[in-house]
Ligand binder design. Structure first.
Ligand code: PLP
Length: 408
């Protein structure tokens, strides 16, 4: 079936390709050149990894910082440090990367999904409250898309119930909650340097804390439980190898020097888009809480689908035809609906924690209606730091033209 929405446009309103930044260059090369002359590429006390910690601390002045192999690793290390007992629960957002929940499951914990705010797309503090049980140990605040969770409310809940607050900042480098960078409010800050994030070194991560309880032993949880501080190699606990290496640290260090400029540009573009799209029919624009700074890893908005003549996919196709880099939706379904969760297929087709009677969780019965609605009616627009205001204005014009054309 061919729809008028999807027919090719001879001269699209956005008449130039999506501007892409040159993400790596001389700053990375300088560090990499120094690195290849080193006697060792091992991370512990390596000059590149030492520099990475210093540079990271300029943005996030936390006492204990442990660079590691990925964002997933950083979150797994944070969860490991809590020494969950099998069946302990961690409250988490249903729209996120698998990396948020992998560590919880490997530590024999139970991810408990709490619903989101319909306009900020972040954890709804009231839903978090309702999800707390006697087994809850932690809240994982996933700062989605570059926006910030309501850390004031979440840290108050955590305090009230003696829970640990882990911040998953993988998508929100440079974002702020009421003027404070995300990562500096909770007990743990976790970041990713994977290829698709604001800054990237191929793959890498950082887990950091000010906690005197969890900080001193942090590195062990990502380094086979070897004690690099004392040189001890007599593991007392089970931990994977999630080490970063000097090549990754060299690139990540150079990347961090560009972070403020990247975030400033993306924030400007996101805010400009919001002002350009305001008033377009049938769209609900993302809400940024008062005093917060959104760092726009991507731009997500929602459609009031009943107000359009065509389904979401056709609307996205019409936008694409006008040169707007966008996608119909984000992840295909909430994390709890992925086959691995629906089938409780965590370890060889089984879930030992449940088989042992330590949880009654049934992911087939989980429902987060707001998250499900968001994924059904959202559109994601690409944002890059290379977009000029003039380019963004074309995107705004194309977007409003298409939605007006396809509105009922
Ligand atoms: C990317 C991402 C992760 C995982 O990071 P990796 O470096 O890919 O392991 C975790 N949480 C969120 C929200 C992410 O976007």
């Amino acid at each position: 079936m061919s729809t008028p929405a999807a027919s090719p446009v001879p001269s699209p309103i956005v008449d130039e390709p999506l501007p892409l930044p040159q993400r790596w260059g001389d700053a990375e090369l300088t560090r990499l050149t120094a690195m290849v002359r080193q006697p060792s590429l091992f991370y512990w006390k390596g000059p590149q990894t030492t520099a990475l910690v210093e540079e990271f601390r300029r943005h996030y002045p936390l006492k204990y910082c442990h660079p590691c192999s990925s964002g997933t690793a950083s979150l797994h290390i944070a969860v490991s440090a809590l020494r969950l007992r099998p069946g302990d629960e961690v409250i988490v957002a249903p729209i996120t990367d698998m990396g948020s929940v992998i560590g919880i499951l490997f530590q024999q914990g139970v991810p408990v999904f709490a619903d989101l705010d319909p306009r900020t797309y972040q954890l709804d503090p009231a839903a978090v409250r309702r999800a707390i049980t006697a087994k809850t140990r932690a809240i994982m605040a996933v700062h989605l898309a570059g926006n910030a969770c309501d850390l004031t409310a979440l840290s108050a809940i955590a305090k009230e119930h003696s829970l640990i607050l882990i911040e998953d900042c993988a998508q929100s480098w440079g974002a702020k909650h009421r003027g404070t960078p995300v990562g500096l409010v909770g007990d743990f800050a976790c970041f990713s340097f994977n290829d698709f994030k604001h800054i990237a070194c191929g793959d890498g991560g950082m887990v950091a804390t000010n906690s005197e309880v969890y900080g001193p032993g942090l590195s062990k949880w990502g380094d086979k439980s070897y004690d690099r501080v004392t040189g001890g190699r007599d593991p007392e606990e089970l931990a994977p190898n999630y080490r970063i290496s000097e090549p990754q640290s060299a690139v990540a260090t150079a990347q961090l020097t560009k972070l403020n400029a990247i975030v400033a540009r993306r924030n400007r573009t996101g805010e400009l888009l919001t002002s350009l799209l305001a008033g377009a029919p049938g769209v609900l624009l993302p809400v940024v809480a008062k005093g917060d700074t959104h760092s726009y890893w991507f731009y997500m908005l929602r459609l009031e689908l009943a107000r359009f003549r065509v389904p979401r996919a056709d609307l996205a196709a019409a936008l694409t035809a006008e040169g707007v880099a966008c996608g119909a939706g984000y992840i295909p379904r909430p994390v709890y609906q992925y086959p691995v969760f629906r089938n409780h297929n965590f370890f060889g087709g089984a879930w030992p924690v449940r088989d042992a009677g330590l949880t009654k969780m049934d992911y087939r019965a989980v429902s987060c209606p707001v998250a499900e609605a968001i994924l059904t009616d959202c559109l994601t627009l690409r944002i890059t730091e290379a977009m000029t205001d003039a380019y963004v204005e074309k995107v705004g014009r194309a977007f409003t033209t298409v939605v007006k054309r396809l509105a009922k």
